[in-house]
Design a protein around this ligand. Structure first.
Ligand SMILES: Cc1ncc(COP(=O)(O)O)c(C=O)c1O
Length: 396
């Protein structure tokens, strides 16, 4: 049965539909002016020099690791309480993911949990801003510098979140975003990598486009909207260049149709994040008095949360499976964000020993994501509250 209240939903207005339609009336469906405009808007929103749009957050993580030279024999510290792509991307470059535990309040890696799993082979940390709550980037950066490590910020769940007034995505050596339709803003499928140096940006742009030579990869069919961050295109050689590949790359491009959607979504991000914060505050009022139900913090010092999901923690005694079934009977979707990666069936044969992750395991067994999206109504949230209350009485 399709739930009447979904877990997530994109917020698409006529402006997005018009922008996408306008692209379809041009011949520039890929590597066109919308790519340039979306990348410029992303870079400027984050006050970083370079943004490279890619086909997914997973593609972004893969290329970020390659760009930073992570490979065979290297260890990369990652949270297990995260989406599986975080650890899979490390395997994709033949490095070894090493799982670190999380803080029980913020659900993020901390310097202490990272330090516990450092070895002489550690080269990088992928710091996830879990559920849109910024991780302790200043302390993690100090630790990384001390041990000569690079940091990839995984901000897939956190666009617009701030730490000390600075947006996440601007702290890491590279940062990755994802724009799947459950995210705060969407491009359908898609993602982006933020970079601080021209060298990193050039490498990322080449890798995403089959290793083509940078100067010649954008606008093979015209001059219009040329990417200002690249050297001039050699127009005379364009036919040959499309089949000239100095590097081994991928097709991780993001179409202009998707970029047009993303550009308009990004222009509305203030409104979107405001509505999501209001929805989180409403859940706090509604669910606040339910005994044993732990709610996510609404505020934390020096941090601005970008509300991605609304994840509660059930009482230890509650039967989560039955609660989910009972919510489903009311037409309400829910999900167990996150089932720890190290416990996934796909990971059984990848691990030589079970990592010690007590917080991850305890939190992982109790979390429940409730319906949460930009246009969720008070009536829908009241219905969710009624169903949770009832199912906790029966199964709590
Ligand atoms: C923390 C995190 N990293 C990476 C990804 C992967 O992004 P995508 O689904 O766009 O490949 C996600 C997706 O939900 C995520 O939440």
């Amino acid at each position: 049965m399709t739930p009447t209240i979904p877990l997530s939903a994109p917020d698409i207005t006529e402006a997005e539909i018009d922008a996408v339609t306008a692209v379809l009336r041009t011949p520039h469906l890929s590597l066109g002016p919308e790519l340039v405009a979306f990348e410029s808007a992303l870079a400027s929103y984050h006050s970083v020099p370079h943004a490279i749009a890619v086909s997914s957050g997973t593609a972004g993580l893969h290329m970020a690791l390659l760009t930073l030279g992570i490979g065979d024999g290297d260890e990369v510290i990652v949270p297990s309480f995260a989406f599986i792509a975080v650890a899979n991307a490390v395997l994709h470059v033949r490095a070894t993911p090493v799982f670190a535990d999380i803080d029980p309040l913020t659900l993020n890696l901390t310097p202490a949990t990272v330090e516990r799993v450092l070895t002489p082979r550690t080269r990088a940390i992928i710091v996830v801003h879990t559920f849109g709550l910024p991780a302790e980037m200043f302390a993690l950066r100090t630790l990384a510098t001390h041990h000569n490590l690079v940091i990839i910020e995984d901000a897939c769940e956190a666009i617009g979140a701030e730490l000390d007034g600075r947006r996440v995505g601007s702290f890491g050596d590279l940062a990755v975003f994802g724009f799947y339709p459950n995210k705060q803003i969407t491009t359908g499928e898609g993602g982006a990598v933020l970079a601080h140096t021209q060298g990193h940006a050039d490498r990322l742009r080449s890798l995403r486009n089959q290793g083509r030579e940078l100067q010649r990869q954008v606008f093979v069919d015209g001059v219009e909207g040329r990417n200002p961050n690249t050297a001039p295109i050699d127009e005379t050689a364009k036919d040959v260049d499309w089949l000239h590949h100095p590097a081994i790359g991928f097709n991780y491009r993001l179409s202009d149709i998707a970029c047009a959607l993303g550009r308009v979504q990004l222009s509305r991000i203030g409104e979107i994040l405001g509505l999501r914060r209001a929805a989180a505050e409403r859940y706090h009022v509604l669910l606040g008095g339910i005994p044993g139900l732990e709610l996510p913090s609404l505020t934390l010092p020096d941090k601005e949360i970008s509300w991605f999901v609304f994840v509660v923690r059930l009482p230890e005694t509650a039967n989560r499976t039955r609660i989910q079934a009972s919510l489903a009977q009311h037409g309400i979707a829910s999900a167990t964000y996150f089932a720890p990666i190290h416990a996934q069936p796909a990971w059984h044969e990848c691990l030589t020993a079970s990592p010690r992750l007590p917080v991850t395991e305890s939190v992982g067994s109790r979390v429940l994501a409730l319906p949460f999206f930009t246009r969720i109504t008070s009536a829908q949230q009241e219905k969710v509250t009624f169903a949770i209350r009832k199912s906790l009485i029966l199964n709590g």
